[in-house]
Design a protein around this ligand. Sequence first.
Ligand code: GLA
Length: 729
Amino acid sequence: MAINYHRTSHIFTLDTKNTTYQMKVDDFGFLLHLYYGARISGSMEYLLTYFDRGFSGNPADVGTDRTYSMDALPQEYPAMGTGDYRSSALVIHNGDGSDCCDLRYVSHEIRQGKYGLVGLPAVYAGEDEAQTLEILLEDSVSMVRVSLLYGVLEEEDIITRSVKISNLGREDVIVEKAACACLDFLSGNYDLISFYGRHVMERSFQRREIAHGSFSIGSRRGASSHQYNPAVIVARQDATEDAGGCYGMMFVYSGSFLFEAEKDQFDQTRVMMGLQRDLFHYTLERGEVLTVPETVLSYSGEGFGKLSNQYHRCIRKHLYRGKYGQMLRPVLLNSWEAFYFDFNGEKICKLAEDAAALGMDMVVMDDGWFGKREDDNSGLGDWQVNEEKLGCTLGELIERINRLGVKFGIWIEPEMISEDSDLYRAHPDWVMRIPGRKPVYARNQLVLDFSRSEVRDYIFGQICGVLDQGNVEYVKWDMNRSISDIYSQERSPGKVAHDYVLGVYEFLEKLMKRYPDMLIEGCSGGGGRFDAGMLYYTPQIWCSDNTDALDRLKIQYGTSFFYPPSAVGAHVSAVPNHQTGRSISLQTRGIVAMAGGGFGYELDPDKMTADEKAAVKEQIITYKKNAQLVLTGDYYRLSSPFENVYTAWMFVSEDGEQALVSAVMTIQNGNLNMPISYVKLKGLQSDVLYEDGESGRCYYGSALMEAGLPLPVELGEYLSYQIELHRKL
Ligand code: GLA
């Protein structure tokens, strides 16, 4: 049993293969957190200490005992108003105007299988793969009830947490803040690793100390954002890539979020993940329930590499759905950087001919095929095929492409609307806009109010009308601006930001059900909504609008801490690169893009030389040979682009018999007289002899892992190497 409850001590113990999570209901009904970390035995109650804490608050239940304070005790789900002056996981504004919620234990239930969340993405597991613990807490005055949900995936070292907040009282209450996971650490010094960025430079690695005070990252943009990713690592200060204790917190949500870290007066550390509190005042009417999306927790005692692998496995096996979750993805040729808006049906067919000749599987017609859309100032919302521009119907175009043996995919941006569109002229009230104010524009577009079902249903009908015109096997779902003017004609404004995200999920769920064989790739100005919530619907996400191979090393490195390479859309584009102006060799561009399960090209093959075309053909053969490894193998970061003169990574098959090692030189000074870089490999079997497919040289796994492989010294910029290793038979 992964979950155990001890009747007399009232201790809950959640065990996974290598970790333990423990909490306790104390004599006053408070749910106290006892421990999370490497697997241990027995009760951790001895860690709780009781000293006179002077000016900290004491609950009335303890009489004159000043040693009992919620301000000092570790808690499972701290709520505002109990004498705990640290950040709260829950803030409830009651009907009487007070902000207080005193949660005490009512009951609990242990179930086989993993709980699901209605209308929200969540980790799933078979009945025999997981257990669920539900603990019911209640504030006896307001009758606000909180269900804490824990999903334990024993084999995967994964514990998920979600929360349901219900109003059983007589008056409406407002949820002002709701986290789904809080971790209180009684001792230790920790660092926070988070992933910050901007459009065309997402998920840069940052490590900083969690010092005294409170620190937060988050998004107020209505999407998880380019700026901060909703997944963080809380690491012991001595933790590294290969050693030491570290905790992951990955929010399975695509909207605004808030992560907080605080070191308190007693040197205790509290970290929390949940919904963003700004632009959120969620009125709970009598009988209404708010489900806070889940956070996936995991602990590794062996550094970040192992932690990443635990998340990768969890996402691959317990979050992706649909057939493409586990299947090889088509190698595609996308029209965006090839033509931008300047294309017609002939040009798309020519792309398909080139794709066929080069060995690619699919052509994707990106932005510009609908309504009046010759640039990004108009047309969004008018999901009617511009047959005049294409010179044929969509059905005819797809048939021509399919006859070449090439699949067809298309770009959509369902959540958005241009003011210059027929849809806006017909339904100006469907956009997010605050009455009496001018809206904020971004990319000259506005946001449709997806919290309203009639808006979603209309767009769904329009999009299906397009997809039903032919054999569309892929959709790129884009979302190209942050949301502002959070307001809805129909709903209480404080609910809109969250209900919008629920609306997006409902739409995606319907789309998946209606087109089960279609691959949906997520996108948001590149990687502005690259999160576990989206991965439940779209097993691949366009990682960044930046296709420059050098920048991509950093972007893909940061992305890899939580998200598996199979989730990463990565394309080879033309040089000089359109985002950086840099010219990097085709080989290096190929090797970097091959680190993604959504491999493809984003250029006009017509502009390539015969040699380049031959090289692309070879690249695709290499990719297809190794695609299974990229999709299902274990991924290892071998060196950081933020620290080293070269960046390297590798994939190892689950049985340890095959590996693919890639390395790119990023800093070269005095090339021919440079110090030698030895890349130490990981994840191989020590006593297995591996053969380098190209040179025929053989090495033992132990040698490659202990001493590494020397990278050649050569003339040239951003040189790259790829080594395929197989067990020598
Ligand atoms: C976003 C996407 C690009 C492309 C354009 C089209 O920026 O990230 O890949 O689809 O929109 O407008």
